[in-house]
Write a protein that binds this ligand. Structure first.
Ligand code: KIV
Length: 285
């Protein structure tokens, strides 16, 4: 069992901010874990930042299982959380349970679903089975068609009520935390005060129990990062430059250099072996 458990995440509320980041493959997850991140999250945002889709609606269970397996192999300390993709839990509780089990069997410690109130039966069932669940309200990208795009949430009385209802339903059903995405900071503060489970914000301001960001946004690897994401490095330019240098050195014959290859020290020895090999092949071809 990994050191950071859902129980530990719950205990961090009001004591220590929770740091969560997405990761989709082995080397990234290794770095996130070594950086002391609390939750390494295989988000369905991989559809956009890894697979180049315009949204997350086409992400499959197979993709989530493959990426979860790679991340889980790398992480020793952090909680590994896997996203349930669009269509994997909405049709029936049974289907949601089956798919959540696949992510747990791939190495996740917990699963995340979008929404709250609408899925309270599923959350209850999963928790009773021993599968920890994180909810997600505010901007829920899997519902962006209904929401009318990726927009700030919580401006109207109805939206405040819906966000609060989701969070309270999740708390009651036994979820261990809830993501609040792109909601007004006042609303995020209200939810954080109203529920006993940790709130993890993304574009939701500072009055929450933790923060989550997408790997490619933090590292400057994605061209369409949302306005609330902070870029901590500009890896796109670094990688671009490295690739251009590589191409140039190949074209100019500068790579590989002496230290990158091996050759016979005794050239006569090579000549003898070469002749024998060629003679043998001559008979065959
Ligand atoms: O898939 C994802 O990366 C997410 C975060 C934005 C919370 O759901």
């Amino acid at each position: 069992m990994r050191e950071i458990t859902p129980r530990k995440i719950m205990e961090m509320k009001g004591r220590e901010k929770i740091a969560m980041v997405t990761a989709y493959d082995y080397p990234s997850a290794l770095l996130a874990d070594r950086a002391g991140i609390d939750i390494v999250f295989v988000g369905d945002s991989l559809g956009m930042v890894v697979y180049g889709e315009p949204n997350t609606l086409n992400v499959s269970m197979e993709q989530m299982v493959f990426h979860t397996r790679a991340v889980a192999k790398a992480v020793k300390r952090a909680l590994v959380l896997a996203d349930m993709p669009f269509g994997s839990y909405e049709v029936s509780v049974e289907e949601g349970v089956r798919n959540a089990m696949r992510l747990i069997q791939a190495g996740a410690d917990a699963v995340k679903i979008e929404g709250g109130y609408d899925h309270k039966k599923l959350v209850k069932k999963l928790v009773r089975m021993g599968i920890p669940v994180m909810g997600h309200t505010g901007l829920t990208p899997q519902r962006y068609l209904r929401l009318g795009g990726y927009r700030l949430m919580g401006e109207t009385e109805e939206e405040i009520e819906e966000i609060l209802r989701d969070a309270k339903a999740l708390e009651k059903a036994g979820a261990f935390a809830v993501v609040l995405e792109f909601v007004l900071a006042d609303v995020a503060k209200l939810v954080t005060e109203e529920v006993s489970i940790p709130t993890i914000g993304i574009g939701a301001g500072p009055y929450v129990d933790g923060q989550v960001l997408v790997w490619h946004d933090i590292l400057g690897l994605y061209e369409r990062s949302p306005p609330f994401a902070k870029r901590y490095a500009d890896l796109r330019n670094i990688i671009q430059l490295a690739l251009e240098n590589y191409r140039e050195e190949v074209k100019e014959g500068k790579f590989p250099a002496k230290e990158h290859y091996w050759e016979f020290l005794d050239k006569d020895d090579f000549e003898r072996k070469k002749r024998k090999a060629l003679e043998k092949l001559e008979k065959e071809f």
